[in-house]
Design a protein. Structure first.
Lengths: 284, 84
């Protein structure tokens, strides 16, 4: 274990202890205002596309609610996988258990916020389409992929959280959830960036070239899969859009969506290039 | 909705394209997951493709990877009753 990671973990544990909150004290209103924004309009999946531009103000606000529910749903699914992966790695002497406890605690609380919002105001959580297939790994490959995927997932989510936490057009419930999530994620990201680099340096030199290539491919596939979740056919069906799957595919492939993906995930992907994990910036 | 032969051909081409395999080598019984012709993350895309062909969403939380074992199984699970 690296000394600078150990020092960072010590600081993060102190910060988490000082920022210990309860998700059960949140004041949930009976219902949300119908004429409010719940997701920043510029971040909507179809913002900047002809269909997005043709929505009435009422339709755009309705879509903003459904996309908030989708955003919180995909966070629930991502964090559920995260909790499973963190719990299975507790008390290993080559990882950082004291901080993993905080990580688990904070992610569990986030799920309470997200789940309460979805169930209270939408009556549902949009289903997850990801399914893990068992496979064999080279030494350290599983740990590296797990933490690298967590980092990429959180880097993207955090851009949304940070922007929507500041967006005064948003209804206060959505804004507050984004704000609270962003506050904890800043610590998780600091930990994740350091740990991913450490795991890569620890394990990658022992991998065959084919394994390293497969790891890189898997991360590219993962980022693409994350992004596809932001273009959920179930959301478009709830909006009354005909042929929602074909619509989702077109929306994903649109120039506006491509530019947004590059803008939002570019910094995280470039940092993986700087760390030597990717050879060049990937195209989304 | 496409008929049975069209659905099977569509799925075989979809798998072939992702696995760099000639489509004629993907039969109804080819073990897509066991042979690792697609990855976990591509399975999510396959689910979207099945939804697109079937015209409805799947409740993945109730499914196991075995439901996508091969094209025969996929057809039986997600299309047989609809196409008839």
């Amino acid at each position: 274990m690296k000394q600078d990671t150990a020092r960072l973990v010590e600081r993060l544990c102190i910060a988490s202890q000082g920022d210990f909150g309860s998700p059960y004290e949140f004041a949930w209103p009976e219902r949300l205002p119908e004429d409010a924004w719940h997701f920043s309009p510029e971040l909507l999946s179809i913002a900047g596309t002809p269909t997005g531009d043709s929505l009435s103000a009422e339709e755009a606000r309705r879509l903003s609610f459904l996309e908030a529910v989708n955003f919180f749903s995909l966070n629930i699914h991502g964090e559920r996988a995260l909790l499973e992966g963190l719990a299975s790695r507790l008390y290993r002497d080559d990882l950082y258990t004291p901080y993993l406890h905080h990580f688990l605690d904070e992610e569990n609380k986030h799920m309470v916020y997200f789940g309460t919002y979805c169930l209270r105001y939408a009556g549902k959580i949009y289903p997850d389409r990801k399914m893990a297939l068992p496979r064999e790994y080279e030494p350290g490959e599983d740990d590296f992929l797990f933490f690298a995927r967590v980092l990429l997932f959180e880097e993207i989510v955090d851009v949304y959280n940070a922007r929507m936490a500041q967006d005064k057009r948003l209804d206060s419930v959505a804004r507050d959830i984004n704000r609270m999530h962003h506050r904890d994620e800043a610590r998780h990201l600091a930990f994740g960036r350091q740990l991913v680099q450490e795991l890569y340096e620890r394990h990658a030199p022992g991998w065959e070239a084919a394994t390293l290539a497969a790891v890189r491919r898997s991360l590219v596939e993962y980022v693409t899969a994350i992004w596809k979740e932001y273009f959920n056919p179930d959301v478009y069906r709830d909006m009354g859009i005909p042929e929602p799957h074909a619509f989702a595919r077109e929306a994903f492939a649109s120039d506006a969506a491509r530019a947004r993906r590059r803008e939002i995930s570019g910094p995280a992907l470039r940092s993986l290039v700087s760390a030597g994990i990717f050879e060049e910036e990937i195209s989304l | 909705m496409k008929n049975e032969a069209e659905i099977r051909t569509h799925l075989a081409h979809w798998v072939a394209e992702r696995s760099n395999t000639p489509p004629e080598e993907i039969s109804g019984a080819t073990a897509i997951l066991e042979q690792r012709l697609i990855t976990s993350l591509q399975l999510m895309e396959l689910i979207l493709e099945i939804e697109l062909l079937a015209g409805n969403s799947l409740d993945v939380s109730r499914l196991r990877p075995g439901a996508f074992r091969d094209i025969d199984t996929i057809y039986k699970n997600f299309f047989a009753r609809k196409v008839g």
